[in-house]
Write a protein that binds this ligand. Structure first.
Ligand code: HAM
Length: 423
């Protein structure tokens, strides 16, 4: 036997039954995005490597260790997108979207690629849906973004089992002040810090706050808090965001150690986490990024966004409140007799053209096996067609749920089923 080819480590096949769950989630996401007036954007899956190096940051784990980069025939370095904020901003600038409206509210869904160590809830190809609001510097935009994800959680019925952690890292001035305060606090203990944190001490000391190394965690417990270093404008912005969340009854926990692993953030940052997951407990992460558009060659335009990992979110949903799905198959046509098999395709073709979801057996199996297949596919109805029925121009239509059966003429099958399904 020829050797089987295995899938690449850390990627998933989403099989039809699982895809039903995905579709149910996607349906909710799309509805909520419409409700909040976000338009869908579909940027490409690969971009110039430079976009992520400049956008996400050279020193981040994503850019320094995790990107799938390759050269194409013209020797340009390209990268499979590890996230979509940089791509959306590139597209916003290139397509002059600010000319259409000063606030662009965009959402997306698609696969992302990061070469991380695979484990439950962490994959090398994973899907995100996310949203970006580009144009408004005001706290009401932050509040709307958070309310948007919260609305999706509510639709899924899991909002009470998820924690919103929030923090502010302020503007550039506040961060510079905090950076010095944190370095001053950590300097006497530098040799006790993990190797990674020692490296970050100069390049990005804020990331030391979310180090997983036990020693680092112990040390940062008593570190100064960034909240205490916010200048007036940053503190006011943050306080207003919190006030609006309270007014909307969106519970939050202020997390002084929350910093995010991407370099573009300013002001409000947040994560939604769930206990239903293991170590990879974040189902959504985001924040403001007021400098990114300018840094990528656009105008000085503020923005805020978030993204949620679909596999992770579905793990939580599955554990807490599985999504209701059904097979979607209205009718399975069961055929008896060699002559009838030849005639059945035309009939089912007509019913399908009239909008009915139907199926039939193409393996010429016994009636019993066809019935089993109809059952497996969870068809709402079966139509039995033998020679006698064919001569009379009818099928025996059986409702799988109630067991009721009646003879229905070929022409009335679609209307009978549609009427029953709509009531
Ligand atoms: P991120 O925190 O890197 O942010 O990812 C957002 C979410 O994607 C995470 O909370 C998690 O649910 C999911 N995720 C990340 N990595 C993996 C993985 N390896 N396997 C499975 N799921 C994963 C961003 O990507 C930012 N672009 C979010 C954002 C948008 N900020 C502003 N706008």
């Amino acid at each position: 036997m020829a050797q089987k080819v295995q899938r690449v480590k850390g990627v998933n096949d989403i099989l039809p039954l699982e895809a039903k769950q995905w579709q149910a989630l996607e349906h909710i996401v799309k509805q909520v995005m419409d409700r909040y007036a976000f338009g869908e954007i579909r940027p490409p899956i690969f971009e110039k490597t430079e976009l992520f190096a400049r956008g996400v940051g050279e020193d981040t784990d994503i850019v320094s260790k995790e990107m799938y980069s390759f050269s194409d025939m013209s020797k340009s370095s390209l990268t499979l997108r590890p996230e979509l904020t940089a791509g959306v901003v590139r597209s916003y600038i290139q397509n002059n979207l600010q000319q259409i409206s000063p606030v662009q509210k965009l959402w997306y869904e698609g696969p992302m690629f990061r070469q991380e160590r695979p484990q439950k809830g962490r994959y090398r190809q994973f899907w995100q849906f996310g949203a970006e609001a580009i144009g408004s510097p005001n706290p009401e935009q932050d509040a709307e973004m958070i309310a948007l994800f919260y609305a999706i959680l509510k639709e899924l019925g899991i909002e009470k089992s998820v924690t919103l952690k929030i923090n502010s890292i302020g503007d550039g001035e506040s961060r510079a002040l905090y950076r010095s305060a944190l370095q001053e606090f950590l300097r006497p203990h530098l040799s006790l810090l993990s190797e990674t944190s020692q490296k970050r001490f100069e390049s990005n000391p804020l990331r030391i706050l979310d180090s997983k190394a036990p020693n680092d965690k112990d040390l940062v417990k008593d570190a100064p808090k960034i909240r205490e270093c916010l200048n007036d404008a940053s503190a006011t912005h943050y306080a207003e965001v919190l006030k609006m969340l309270e007014a909307m009854d969106i519970p939050y926990v202020q997390d002084d150690l929350l910093v995010r692993g991407l370099d573009y953030y300013t002001h409000t940052i947040f994560e939604f986490t769930s206990n239903a997951l293991g170590a990879q407990d974040a189902i959504c992460g985001g924040g403001r990024y007021n400098d990114l558009i300018k840094e990528l060659g656009g105008q000085d335009v503020p923005a805020i966004g978030w993204a949620s990992g679909i596999e992770r979110l579905l793990l939580v949903v599955d554990e807490l409140q599985p999504l209701k799905t059904d097979s979607g198959l209205d009718l399975f046509l069961i055929v008896q007799g060699e002559d009838i098999r030849v005639k059945a395709p035309k009939l089912i073709h007509e019913w399908r053209s009239a909008g009915l979801n139907c199926d039939l057996d193409t393996l010429r199996r016994s009636m019993k096996a066809q019935m089993r297949e109809a059952n497996r596919q969870e068809a709402r109805y079966v139509a039995i067609l033998g020679e006698e029925e064919f001569d009379q121009g009818v099928v025996q239509l059986k409702n799988f749920e109630t067991g009721e059966q009646e003879a229905v003429s070929f022409n009335d099958v679609v209307s009978t089923i549609k009427k029953a399904l709509s009531s």
